[in-house]
Design a binder for this molecule. Structure first.
Ligand code: COA
Length: 372
């Protein structure tokens, strides 16, 4: 069977960063304005006043300190509370394709590959800018890749699910060089007026080049194995979709953006991921303590600490399980790949690492890697 490697990664970081302090100040201004506008209803007991957010809560509950976004002024405007993202004509590259092209170019350069050597492009992320034509096909054309392209969505786990599809195509001989792209414009599915989640997400794009081992540059990471699992849950959900317009009463309702039961997700997903990764490693006769690095999905700091503690039987160091969510927040499918992109260069030949993603579905994926 053809051996498969990751030969390059790329990262596009948006131009604007929002600190917790800025985000909370705008949110609390929105709360004050809304409560003032509804003073009579609140005093009559017909409406509960909105509660303010706090920087201390956000940092303690999540570990997030800031996030990058494609547009900042609309999010921080208490009268708007969502980004300004103008529509583009069909002739122009779409925004999601634009950030993916930037990340892809870096990944190709790192892999020592030209775009015309790529014969499959997979866009794997939580939200597509439109249903069709596939965003990946637009990117394929913009980069000048050959072969085929398709979009897929497994929410926060999309990256590992995409990597498995790429690895399978290479093993089967239907593609030799595959780009897996995770353009996440999470500010588009986030309700910035909801204090339970207004701090959670950030925008970013990551890119991974996979190819047949024999042709890859030295220092690539061999994909020793991939393992995917899904179990249905309503605890992370977004009901936005093409049938929405057929029931006018639901248009713009809260469930048409990201909603979650954060506590339940935390409790249910941590043991699921630890068991998933542990059994995947066991199937490869690898002890969790033999893994040099865990590049985990970046949703919540305590969650990651708990998962790695379950695997190792002790607390993990930052070197063993790097953290990027403090700076980037939750970037959905891109989080584990940002960690891999930033914290994989120092591994020595033969050392092992695991990329693991998890989230809505529920879905969980793991990719075991060995540095060549
Ligand atoms: N500022 C201040 N207080 C806040 C707040 C905010 N921004 N948001 C919520 N609170 C309050 C709540 O109202 C609640 O108050 P109460 O106890 O009086 O009811 C209290 O803080 C605790 O809220 P809770 O939502 O239970 O906090 P938490 O500790 O579970 O942290 C998350 C919330 C979302 C950070 C956390 O549950 C999480 O990250 N879960 C995992 C999510 C995940 O991985 N999802 C995958 C998505 S891809």
């Amino acid at each position: 069977m053809q051996r498969v490697v990751i030969s390059g990664t790329g990262l596009y970081t948006p131009p604007y960063s929002i600190s917790n302090e800025e985000l909370v100040a705008a949110f609390n201004e929105y709360v004050a304005l809304t409560n003032e506008a509804n003073r009579a209803a609140i005093e009559a007991g017909d409406m509960a006043p909105l509660a303010p957010s706090s920087v201390e809560f956000i940092e303690k509950a999540s570990g997030i300190k800031s996030r990058y976004v494609m547009e900042k002024s609309g999010i921080l405007d208490p009268a708007r509370m969502h980004p300004h993202i103008p529509e583009r004509p069909n002739e122009a590259l779409s925004l999601q394709a634009e950030i993916a092209v930037a990340a892809a170019r870096e990944a190709l350069a790192n892999a020592g590959r030209r775009a015309d050597e790529v014969d499959a492009v997979i866009v794997a992320c939580s939200n597509m800018q439109r249903p069709y034509p596939a965003v990946s096909i637009e990117i394929q054309q913009a980069l000048g890749c050959g072969g085929y392209a398709f979009d897929m969505n497994v929410a926060c786990s999309s990256a590992t699910f995409g990597i498995e599809q790429a690895a399978n195509a290479i093993k089967a001989g239907t593609a030799r060089v595959v780009l897996v792209l995770n353009p996440e414009i999470c500010s588009g599915h986030l309700e910035f007026r909801d204090r339970d989640c207004h701090f959670i997400f950030g925008d970013v794009c990551t890119a991974v080049v996979l190819e047949a081992e024999g042709e890859a540059k030295a220092g690539s990471f061999e994909v020793l194995g991939t393992k995917l699992a899904t179990v249905f849950s309503n605890n992370i959900r977004n009901n936005f979709g093409f049938l929405n317009r057929f029931d006018e009463s639901g248009i713009g309702a809260r469930d048409k953006l990201f909603v979650q039961e954060g506590r339940k997700v935390f409790k249910e997903v941590c043991p699921m991921v630890a068991e998933h990764v542990g059994s995947h490693l066991q199937a490869h006769d690898i002890a969790p303590t033999d893994v040099k690095r865990y590049w985990l999905h970046q949703a919540n700091l305590a969650m990651n600490q708990l998962i790695v503690k379950r695997l190792l039987g002790r607390d993990a160091s930052l070197e063993e399980a790097p953290v990027i969510l403090d700076e980037y927040a939750n970037t959905s499918s891109a989080g584990s790949i940002i960690a891999f992109h930033k914290y994989s260069g120092d591994l020595a030949a033969g050392e092992l690492g695991v990329i693991s993603s998890f989230g809505a579905g529920y879905s969980v994926g793991s990719v075991i890697l060995r540095k060549l």
